[in-house]
Every structure is written in structure tokens, then in C-alpha cells.
Design a protein around this ligand. Structure first.
Ligand code: B16
Ligand code: MG
Length: 218
């Protein structure tokens, strides 16, 4: 049975968190409060709707449903302007090395992201063709740490969950992978992602021998 490999997007393949931050900060400022980079950490891997709920809690802003919906759209329109000019230079170091290694050996590859903008971002950076399956914020109803996004990706890849490897930078994403009984690989701060089965600072630390060992594992 082939192993399936599932990649999160933001924080794993590209650093779109910096653009999400700018768009949320603009909205916060417009609503009359500050939003810091530290607070933005809470938004990683979290759905757009939940991010706005947290933002409004931070600013102690009460919103009608209509205002809430308007601000969701406003933030996204602003975010889309920031990502408009993204290109291959924004791919995080050594991501293509791992994708190429897997592609050359015909391992199925999926994206498992909370973002509703995942597909256009992959297109802009030139990585779309690597992915056999894309499961993102448009296909799932339950956000990470619920395992839905990864279970759906495994199903669409035609691979058993226990034969899937997940690369994640968010705590909720690692928890989702673990609940799905997949092999979780934390990308980022080892202390923050201590629930992950394996930890790496980034892909430059991942050797293709390590990937081959995962492939060979029963
Ligand atoms: P969108 P990931 C997540 O991406 C981001 O980390 C998170 O900050 C963002 O709110 C979420 O996507 C939704 O993004 O507004 O584009 O639908 O890490 O799950 O790839
Ligand atoms: Mg992420």
C-alpha cells in the first residue's frame, strides 16, 4: 500500500500568515483597536470565521450578523490584494525538494488546508500540479482540530488514514492529524508542536532518507 502525503498550506508550503496578519490588522485599526503579531499567532490554522470572532473578542466589539458578514468579505478582499503578486519566490525553503522526491516515486499528494484561497495560491506559486487532491476550507464543515479535512484528503487519495503522513505548523492541525491516526510531522517550534510524532524547524532539516524511512514503515 502506497503512503499518502498531506500538506497544510499556510506555514508549511508558504508563509501567508504575514498577509493574513496585515489584512486583520487593517480591519482592527478601522474598528478602532490594535492587533499585534503575537495575537496573530492565535489565528494560524484557524478558519476565517473563527478568526473574526476572536478579533472582535480582542477589540471588545459587538457586531450584528450583517456587520460580521461584511467584515469577513472586507478582510478577504484586502487579503486577496496582498496575495495577488505571490510567486515561486514565496515557497518556503526545500518544500519542492520533498514534493519532487514524492512525485518521482508516485506517492499520492494532497493539500489539507483551512483556507478557502488555497487553490489560487498554489497556482500563483506554481505548485498546483504536484497535488492529486485539494481539500480546503471550501470542502469541510468542521475546522481543525477536527480530523475531517485530513480524513477527506485520505479518502480522496484512496489511501488508508494510518498510511498518511501530515505536515502541519499549527497545534490544531497536529491534533487533527493525530485524531485521524496519521503520522504527524510538526513544522516549526518543537515546544509548541510537542504533540507531533516528529518535529522539524522547517523542510531544510528534513532529509529525503527520513522520507524514505516513512515510506518503508509498516
Ligand atoms: P482563508 P492553513 C489557514 O491556512 C491560515 O493559517 C489561517 O490563518 C486562515 O484564517 C485560514 O487558513 C483560512 O484562510 O481566509 O484564506 O480562507 O494553515 O490551514 O493552510
Ligand atoms: Mg498552517
Amino acid at each position: 500500500m502506497k503512503k499518502g502525503f498531506i500538506f497544510d498550506l499556510d506555514g508549511v508550503i508558504v508563509d501567508t500568515a504575514k498577509y493574513h496578519y496585515l489584512a486583520w490588522k487593517n480591519l482592527a485599526n478601522e474598528l478602532g483597536f490594535e492587533f499585534t503579531k503575537e495575537q496573530n499567532e492565535l489565528f494560524k490554522g484557524v478558519s476565517r470565521k473563527r478568526c473574526l470572532e476572536i478579533l472582535l473578542e480582542i477589540g471588545e466589539v459587538e457586531a450584528t450578523q450583517e456587520q460580521f458578514d461584511t467584515w469577513m468579505i472586507e478582510k478577504n478582499v484586502d487579503y486577496l490584494k496582498y496575495i495577488e503578486n505571490m510567486d515561486a519566490s514565496e515557497i518556503l525553503p526545500d518544500v519542492p525538494k520533498i514534493l519532487d522526491y514524492l512525485k518521482d516515486r508516485n506517492h499520492p499528494i494532497a493539500l489539507g488546508s483551512a483556507s478557502k484561497n488555497a487553490q489560487p495560491i498554489l497556482e500563483k506559486v506554481g505548485l498546483l500540479s504536484y497535488f492529486d487532491v485539494i481539500v480546503d476550507g471550501n470542502n469541510v464543515t468542521k475546522a481543525k482540530p477536527d480530523p475531517e479535512v485530513f480524513l477527506l484528503a485520505a479518502k480522496q487519495l484512496g489511501v488508508n488514514s494510518s498510511d498518511c503522513v501530515v505536515f502541519e505548523d499549527a497545534v490544531a492541525g497536529v491534533q487533527a492529524a493525530n485524531s485521524a491516526k496519521m503520522i504527524s510531522i510538526g513544522i516549526g517550534d518543537e515546544k509548541v508542536l510537542s504533540d507531533a510524532r516528529y518535529n522539524f524547524k522547517d523542510f531544510t532539516e528534513i532529509d529525503t532518507n527520513f522520507i524514505q524511512d516513512l515510506i518503508n514503515k509498516n
